[in-house]
Design a protein around this ligand. Structure first.
Ligand SMILES: Nc1nc2c(c(=O)[nH]1)N[C@H]1C(S)=C(S)[C@@H](COP(=O)(O)OP(=O)(O)OC[C@H]3O[C@@H](n4cnc5c(=O)[nH]c(N)nc54)[C@H](O)[C@@H]3O)O[C@H]1N2
Ligand SMILES: Nc1nc2c(c(=O)[nH]1)N[C@H]1C(S)=C(S)[C@@H](COP(=O)(O)OP(=O)(O)OC[C@H]3O[C@@H](n4cnc5c(=O)[nH]c(N)nc54)[C@H](O)[C@@H]3O)O[C@H]1N2
Ligand SMILES: [Mo]
Length: 893
């Protein structure tokens, strides 16, 4: 989650859901929280009962909207214009929290003279390189800084361009950044921000988003009225914001608002990233991502990280918390390789695989379709239904030698050769598919022990209730067994390339009738221990860079402190405060509300009695309060770093964002974002309209895959696809359906795939409620039922009426209830920061009746050409845009 990581320092929700009850105003935008996060939504309801105002901004009226005080229908894909409008409102009307902004954000920092804004360059920031289609971010730096300011959150993505180059360690002179605390200097971040958002007036917001000016102003005013010393507002979002070609910038925009209003690090404030699957937060912390090691430690890159000292040099920061980097990586390597990791062999660093290119999900699948992959493991995922352009996924699976699927049920991804529409239509014959498919039934969460890391960074342990049925086994056992067999296979090898497998520690104890590996032993390794006696360390502050400690994930260190399974703690809420520090365990160091130093003023006193949380106790000379203070425990508010300080000494007593090199919340991101230092409005790849603000239509740094099996509509106003389509979830189903379409109760409640349309569109397109229709995009067409509701309504955008339709994406070709798959309509296209797809806004057509299934571009179908007289329109200005054909995988690194 680099949107939060870059702005604030850590890629996780800032607050905990129970704390929403303390909010005076809650803005939910980009999420249907009531239906998708119903347990957490109780705290929104509690806040409302206490008098808070709840606002929902969404293209579609849902149960969340029904419970909100204010509902704002918005054109999908225009959130930055809306949020930018709020930023404009705050700045123009001087509604920002002055003392917070001056002391805790980078508003006073002065930027280099050669920085140019999108307002100067018609939609581009300075540093755009037309050859590569990427930005070179050096002009975004602070003035006078020698080298690059490292962005903590961006450790998640890639080594900084130019990081550590020319022998420089990043952030070395951070204590010397030029600042103007009067916020008047024309090149200070505050003034740059003001100019950047100057055009985001209520009238322009209304013109772009299709939102009436008064309604927009009501939202802006309500947020401001409920922020400041005495009051706090929270923002909740989920995938309605992330699944866009500007997804990460959507979240950055929310971060800017919350910093300007002084809502970060305070009770009832913050940004709640509502995460999806039970442990999706856990799977970024201890990642299933190709470019990260546990605890957001970057995977080494082949060209510039062949040597350990080089790699450390590139990733250590001279200032802020990431100056501790060597301790984390050495301890990780000790956990991986045990005694085989020594100082002499650089702790086995050369055994780690090195990145040679982009191996994110869609790129890998495109490579697979091009015959570049032999085998594929799919564990706990159903990409044929859940991922973009499902048909292209199926085509890719045809090209494999082998595929392993572990799941609870026989999902579409295991059955692609048997039940897919192209098979039923006869376009593809099963006997022509050579892929060998291995299906392993997996144990469900009730049949195994382990932890989930939930949306608020809270680890909670679950204990096995029953043995798994038949041949079903836990994923832990599957991986453990696979590792054991690989180790046995290579045990006698003398080849250097097999050393990593030989050196790996792989010795978890097993128990029970099925020889299940002990999940607690894994937790213990994740926590870390001192090597000489195996005693668990109390937390990451105790990790060392000399090989005396081992730790599987520094960020989780403390979860097994005192040899106790901390996530298994279950002290009831009634017996503690609302912060509930003894229920489960949250990273980092059991802190529940991040950056909570900011809940006190620069002198360390609570901003107000009403919003008291963490403060400086002058008597004890320590930070104290309701939570574990998120600060150096004994660093007084008056401490000031001086010129030349290094490491944690660079953090002054009023630097609450201690993972940032400069200790400040980043209104402006001098590094870390690959598509610009400030969020700015671009249209989605397939749009109803031309960009009202710039000649540049789309995000110039986006990823798109220009392939015959992944065609796109015209950039805007495509007559073949006149309506905008958004996709979403239903309460009754779960994601790609493997867990819900096989259950009779849920299937009965939502038996059939549909498209939701407004009464106005139904009348215009002759669609009948309950009747059949065919929805098409450039990728293909699917048949489903029509659901006519007033939850969707046409929006006035300029002189046009934009119709939006909505489709759930839960159906597929196996299970108790079957239906066509929405993701046969979606495209490979992505935000360049995280490669997340644009599945929340597409151009489509809806015609009455069943017009044929399985017409899919990935299976050779050709979309109809543009009608005569209609020409293609560019997504980019002349000389801008991703190089074609895109993405050039190797060049992208
Ligand atoms: N019942 C149920 N609960 C679930 C899941 C499930 O499948 N079923 N899935 C879980 C998972 S994996 C996740 S990630 C979460 C997702 O949780 P949510 O993000 O809340 O779920 P969605 O329904 O995908 O989309 C959220 C909302 O975004 C809106 N939206 C679409 N485009 C835009 C836009 O451009 N701007 C704005 N502001 N809003 C837009 C949609 O209309 C929808 O109301 O839910 C989790 N919870
Ligand atoms: N159009 C569109 N597409 C989307 C989205 C959208 O909003 N719109 N949302 C996206 C989002 S946020 C998500 S998270 C994805 C989800 O997409 P996927 O992750 O592909 O879909 P799931 O159905 O959640 O797949 C999880 C599978 O894991 C299995 N499973 C459950 N427990 C276990 C276990 O313990 N072990 C193993 N091995 N298997 C298990 C389930 O049966 C299920 O089949 O979809 C994405 N796709
Ligand atoms: Mo998700």
């Amino acid at each position: 989650m680099p949107g939060l990581g870059i702005t604030l320092g850590r890629g996780g929700a800032t607050n905990f859901q129970q704390d929403l009850a303390n909010s005076d105003c809650i803005l939910i935008q980009g999420s249907n929280m009531a239906e998708c996060h119903p347990v957490g939504f109780q705290w929104v309801m509690e806040a409302r009962e206490r008098g808070a105002t709840v606002i929902h901004v969404d293209p579609r009226f849902s149960r969340t909207s029904a419970m909100a005080d204010v509902f704002v229908p918005l054109r999908a894909g225009t959130d930055i214009a809306f949020l930018g409008g709020i930023i404009h409102y705050i700045l123009e009307n001087e509604r920002y929290f002055h003392d917070y902004v001056v002391h805790y954000t980078n508003a006073p920092a002065i930027l280099r003279e050669d920085f140019r804004d999108t307002e100067d360059l018609d939609g581009l920031f300075s540093g755009y390189d037309p050859e590569t289609g990427k930005y070179q971010p050096h002009t975004w730096q602070y003035e006078g800084l020698d080298g690059v300011v490292p962005a903590a959150g961006h450790k998640e993505i890639f080594a900084e361009p130019g990081a550590g180059g020319h022998g420089k360690v990043q952030g070395k002179h951070i204590t010397e950044v030029a600042r103007d605390k009067t916020l008047q200097h024309p090149r200070c971040v505050f003034q740059v921000l003001k100019r950047h958002y100057a055009r985001y007036t209520p009238a322009v917001v209304s013109r772009i988003c299709g939102v009436p000016e008064e309604l927009f102003l009501k939202v802006a005013r309500t947020l401001c009225d409920n922020s400041g010393r005495e009051r706090t507002s929270a923002i909740c979002y989920a995938v309605g914001w992330t699944q866009h070609s500007v997804g990460v910038q959507n979240i950055r925009a929310a971060g800017i608002i919350q910093l300007l209003l002084g809502n970060i690090g305070r009770p009832g404030g913050g940004i709640m990233a509502l995460r999806g699957h039970a442990s999706i937060q856990g799977s970024s912390d201890i990642p299933t991502l190709y470019n990260l090691l546990p605890g957001y430690i970057p995977m080494p890159h082949a060209p510039d990280a062949q040597r350990f000292d080089q790699y450390v040099h590139n990733n250590v920061s001279a200032s802020g918390w990431w100056s501790e980097f060597p301790k984390y990586i050495v301890s990780l390597l000790k956990a991986y390789y045990g005694d085989a990791a020594t100082k002499e062999n650089d702790w086995g660093f050369h055994w780690l695989p090195k990145l040679t290119g982009d191996h994110s999900h869609m790129t890998t699948v495109a490579d697979m379709a091009d015959g570049k992959l032999k085998g594929y493991f799919v564990m706990g995922q159903n990409p044929v239904v859940g991922s973009m352009n499902g048909a292209l996924h199926r085509k890719a699976l045809h090209e494999l030698e082998w595929l392993v699927v572990t799941d609870l049920t026989l999902i579409e991804t295991a059955e692609f050769w048997r039940t897919a529409p192209e098979i039923l239509r006869g376009d593809v014959r099963p006997q022509d598919i050579q892929t060998e498919v291995f299906f392993f039934p997996s144990a469900a969460h009730t049949e195994k022990s382990g932890s989930f890391t939930n949306t608020q960074r809270l680890l909670q342990w679950h204990s096995q209730a029953v043995e798994p049925p038949g041949e079903a086994r836990s994923d832990l056992q599957f991986i453990f067994e696979l590792g054991r067999r690989l180790k046995a296979l290579y045990a006698d090898s003398t080849e250097e390339k097999d050393r990593p497998i030989q050196a790996l520690t792989w010795d978890y104890p097993t128990h029970g009738p099925l020889d299940e590996p002990d999940a607690e032993a894994v937790l213990r390794e994740i926590n870390g221990y001192t090597v000489k006696d195996g005693v668990p360390v109390p937390g990451f502050a105790e990790l060392e860079a000399d090989g005396s400690t081992a730790c599987g994930c520094w960020l989780y260190s403390g979860c097994y402190a005192d040899g106790v399974n901390q996530p298994a703690r279950r002290k009831p809420g009634q017996e503690q405060t609302i912060v509930a520090l003894e229920w489960g365990w949250a990273w980092p160091a059991n802190r529940r509300l991040l950056y909570n130093r900011a809940s006190a003023d620069p002198e360390g006193r609570p901003w107000s009695e009403r919003k008291k949380y963490v403060w400086w106790d002058e008597g004890k000379r320590r930070w104290t309060g309701e939570d574990v203070p998120d600060f150096i425990a004994d660093r007084p508010p008056s401490y000031r770093a001086s010129k030349g300080d290094q490491g944690l000494d660079t953090l002054s007593g009023d630097d609450p964002f201690l993972l940032q090199a400069d200790g400040k919340g980043w209104l402006f991101a001098p590094s870390g974002m690959v598509d610009g230092p400030l969020p700015t409005h671009y249209e989605p790849l397939e749009s109803a309209v031309h960009n009202f603000l710039y000649g540049q239509q789309c995000n110039p740094a986006r990823y798109d895959w220009r392939r015959r099996d992944n065609p796109m509509a015209r950039a805007w106003e495509d007559p073949r696809y006149p309506y905008m389509l958004t996709t979403y979830r239903l309460t009754e189903h779960h994601t790609a359906g493997g867990m819900s379409r096989w259950l009779s109760w849920l299937s009965e409640l939502q038996p059939e795939m549909f498209v939701e349309v407004s009464p106005e569109l139904a009348a215009q397109a002759e669609l009948e409620n309950g009747g059949w229709c065919t929805v098409s995009t450039a990728r293909g067409q699917v048949e489903c039922r029509v659901l006519v509701t007033e939850r969707l309504r046409p929006l006035r955008v300029g002189d046009r009426l934009v119709h939006q339709v909505g489709m759930p994406y839960h159906w597929g070709y196996t299970g108790r209830v079957k239906g066509e798959s929405t993701n046969d309509l979606t495209a490979f296209s992505a935000d360049p920061n995280v490669s997340i797809q644009e599945s929340k806004v597409l151009a489509c057509n809806v015609l009455p009746g069943q017009r044929g299934q399985g017409k899919l571009a990935a299976m050779g179908w050709e979309p109809p050409p543009l009608p005569p007289g209609v020409v293609e329109v560019p997504r980019d200005k002349e000389g801008v845009g991703p190089p074609s054909p895109q993405p050039e995988q190797d060049a992208r690194e």
